[in-house]
Design a protein around this ligand. Structure first.
Ligand code: HEC
Ligand code: HEC
Length: 412
């Protein structure tokens, strides 16, 4: 059976129930193309279709998503919520609205969650392709999945500074009160399906593992992805208590000292913050790189994203022009993942997965790095950088006076 290989499955694909009236999840042609780049005799689109077809039996279609039967004993997403989000916009028998992902999200994220909705081309950063299973603004470390609460936070607050809108208003209305929760479930579902798809393609095309109806390896991939999502809540960073100088306005002397320490750390070799964010946090450091969603199909496929036009060989497979993942301008006055101290702390300690922003080195017995106290000094300094500049001399108080000193030179 192994010798039959996936190519035969592909040949059979058009005969086996590919009903054109069913709206299927779009195959991940781009990942297949990046794995077969420069190999003349393989057809990435055929491979991608064969995997997508295999997945249909596990995850269903856009109009009728299902939970993979072999995972019936592991509950990770609420399928009632998923069914409500997917499918066409309309009402279910009990008058509950359905199709809410199509209503609110597809213009940017696309029907399959591939980040290739009709508006995608015009946005920077591009809308997220959920199929990599990687998320940026979360409370878990790199390599772990976000918690449901992390996803809901992003939906509630949006991502300020990007086109990702806030959907808080839904929660505030009686009719749509459950939408944010349900949408977070559908994002998880799309990410699970998408990651299983990517990993199956890698196995098939890079490791040349044959895919037949008897293959067991897809099940191992499915189980490992689903278990990671199940494990996410156990990976969340324990809350660190916020030092009082951050919240108590009477502690301005302590605050001044902590921020000065933060500024020093920001420019130090140990943290390397200024290497990317620039000496005064304007995002103008020497290091400029791409995010993992871009590197996936450029660097990994041997295409230099910096070389003008080189990326265009991947355009027929859905690639968008590579854009640098710019280090944040910390003087802009807002942060994408939240400007409150607890959010900034998470970004510094955990890094931002999928982007060049690394987690800070933390000190332990064997590691040189920052202590908890020093990390909070950095949080204070990042907050200070984002503080609005005083408009006139007369409106300056003690804190803004110090803020001018702290921020270094030119603001924006
Ligand atoms: C107008 C375009 C637009 C719409 C509409 C939109 N998004 Fe987004 N979304 C984005 C962009 C752009 C990003 C990427 C931001 C970034 O990378 O920093 C994003 C990122 C995300 C993320 C990733 C968060 C993370 O931590 O990595 C999630 C989850 C998400 N969107 C869910 C949704 C859902 C669900 C909807 C519909 C309810 C939706 N988005 C509607 C543009 C949009
Ligand atoms: C290798 C480059 C690099 C280094 C080193 C680095 N950053 Fe970043 N940082 C980035 C990039 C790129 C982003 C934007 C990520 C994105 O696309 O959302 C970022 C984003 C951030 C954000 C913004 C989060 C938000 O919610 O908007 C903060 C805060 C931040 N960095 C602080 C720091 C601090 C403090 C240090 C040092 C401990 C540091 N960074 C080191 C590249 C770097």
């Amino acid at each position: 059976m192994r010798s039959i290989g996936w190519k035969i499955l592909c040949l059979l694909a058009p005969l086996s129930g590919c009903n054109s009236s069913v709206l299927s999840y779009k195959p991940n042609d781009l990942h297949a193309a990046s794995l077969t780049h420069e190999s003349a005799d393989s057809s990435p689109k055929a491979a991608a279709s064969s995997v997508a077809e295999w997945l249909e039996k596990w995850f269903g279609t856009i109009d009728s998503p299902i939970w993979p039967a072999p995972m019936a004993d592991i509950s990770v997403v609420n399928m009632q919520a998923v069914e409500r989000c997917a499918g066409p916009v309309g009402r279910l028998e009990d008058k509950v609205e359905r199709g809410i992902f199509r209503k609110h999200c597809v213009t940017c994220h696309g029907l399959s969650g591939d980040g290739r909705g009709p508006a995608a081309l015009f946005l920077d950063p591009y809308p997220r392709d959920f199929r990599r299973g990687t998320f940026k603004f979360k409370s878990t470390p790199s390599g772990s999945k976000p918690t449901t609460e992390d996803l809901q936070q992003v939906l509630r607050h949006g991502i300020p500074g990007t086109s990702m809108p806030s959907f808080q208003a839904l929660e505030e209305s009686e009719e749509f009160a459950n939408d944010v929760e349900d949408l977070s479930q559908y994002v998880s579902f799309l990410a699970i399906r998408g990651e299983v798809e990517r990993r199956m393609l890698t196995k098939l095309l890079r490791d040349s593992e044959p895919l037949t109806t008897e293959s067991q390896w897809p099940l191992d991939i499915l189980r490992s992805v689903v278990e990671k999502w199940k494990d996410a809540p156990n990976q969340a960073l324990p809350a660190s208590s916020i030092p009082s100088w951050i919240t108590d306005p009477t502690k301005s002397k302590e605050r001044f000292e902590a921020i000065a320490k933060g500024k020093e750390l920001f420019g130090s070799e140990l943290t390397a913050c200024s290497k990317c964010h620039g000496p005064s946090g304007l995002g103008d450091g020497a290091s400029q790189d791409y995010d993992e969603w871009t590197k996936d199909w450029t660097v990994l496929a041997g295409i230099d994203p910096k070389q003008p036009g080189a990326w265009k060989v991947m355009k027929p497979f859905g690639a968008l022009k590579p854009v640098i993942a710019k280090p944040r301008n910390l003087q802009w006055g807002g942060l994408h993942g939240g400007s409150d101290p607890a959010s900034i702390y998470k970004r510094i300690v955990l890094g931002i997965e999928g982007t060049p922003m690394p987690p800070v080195a933390r000190s332990s017995n064997s590691n040189p790095g920052l202590t908890e106290e020093e990390i909070w000094c950095l949080v204070g300094y990042v907050q200070e950088l984002g503080r609005p500049q005083p408009i006139s001399k007369s409106s300056q108080d003690q804190t803004t006076e110090s803020s001018l000193v702290m921020r270094g030179d030119k603001g924006e």
